[in-house]
Design a protein around this ligand. Sequence first.
Ligand code: UD1
Ligand code: CA
Length: 463
Amino acid sequence: MMQEPSDGDSAVPHRTAAVVLGAGKGERMNSRFPKVLHRIGNRPMVLYPLDAVRAAGAGTCVVVAGPDMAEVAAAVAPVPTTVQAEPRGTADAVKAARGRIGPDADTVLILYGDTPLVRPQTLEAMIARRREGSHAIVVLGFRPADPGGYGRLVRGGDGSLEAIVEATDASAEQRRVGLCNSGVMAVDGAVLFDLVDAVGSDNAKGEYYLTDIVGIARRRGRTCSVVEAAADELLGINSREELAAAERIFQRRMRRAAMAGGATLTDPGSVWFSYDTVLGRDVTVGPQVVFGPGVVVGDEVEIRGFCHIEGATLDRGATVGPFARLRPGADLQEGARVGNFVEVKNAVMKSGAKANHLAYVGDAEVGAGANIGAGTITCNYDGFRKARTVIGDGAFIGSNSALVAPVTIGERAIVGAGSTIDRDVEADALALTRAEHTAVPRAAEKIRRRKTAGGPESRGAKK
Ligand code: UD1
Ligand code: CA
């Protein structure tokens, strides 16, 4: 969920600024799309660090993107984007933000767009540490299970930070250091750009490493410090596998929040949320339920197993599933019921309306208390354009009916089972379109006798 921008320190507003880096190619993702647009909880990952910096009080924020990344700019808008002409390393990326950060910023947070799980409280602790100790840089460290390719934090005897060494440039001994660089930094705004200007590219990758600013600041007599946070906040996403690992952590947080908010999840591990899913109190969610973006669920709603729900609103006491699909614009009012193998799209089910089995309700309005029989289809599309079906309060649509839109079924009207309705039906009328019923006495018996003439042996002989 998006957090409102905060003013930070109320006496001196916007003293914290933030830069989020997203210009890297993300080669290891093996994708046509910029890495930071890959999604966590159905939302581009770069939006999470932006939320976090704003919640931690950053005023000015800027995202650094590559030259062919209009999609990144569109995704982060209205947050402004600045372009790094070539991906020459993280220090070079920060230089692209020069002139975008006001002189009033005493602390500049730098986050990587591929590290989406960091929490605002952690950033607040870093800002506080930087201000209290007048440190040039506070780096957010963590101890991943596998330090692998992360930069290592080299500390002095007093625990203060001396340098960051990239894994590719580290000695065997340095690689044994378990404390790693998350990439998140809080830097003294007065010296940030002087420090990045001093970074060279004499290293294994020939890149300008932002991490070098720690050693540079130390050589200039400034102090640097480390704040540590949990590894599940700081996973950096470089591959599809790491994307899946971050999604798991994100889902675990969402499930916990849903339960803390008063929802029962019978099998939490199999319920998948989007970043903006809202569940009310005393909601029950069965196993294997997927929430796409834009779902708002009111109190006391029951969602049975195996439902797929996206862009839908479910008011108090509605019941859905098992095996229901609610697509964008599905609006279930109080106590409405949508049962198994029913698909609802861009349709209102007014209070107490029911579609309990095997139906498609699309581009429709279903009146209060109306009943949609099994196999009913609102034929909303004629191959050229979409049209609406309106069903009045208390109407009854018999099973296996086709309602050919645009069409209106009046209040309390009854549509007989198996009808194809392409004209409006007035209130309280019965509408029925059926072929004549024909029944020929004893005809079945005759057919059976003819088909079995000669008995089973003769049929076997024909083979
Ligand atoms: C970086 C850190 C490493 C740290 C790790 C944490 C450096 C040199 N290394 O390594 O110490 O442990 O993150 O996850 O900073 N980017 C640009 N422009 C560039 C290069 C990168 O904007 O020229 C952006 C990327 O889009 C990405 C972020 O910076 O969002 C980090 O880049 P990446 O190449 O993933 O760095 P790592 O090798 O993971
Ligand atoms: Ca990375």
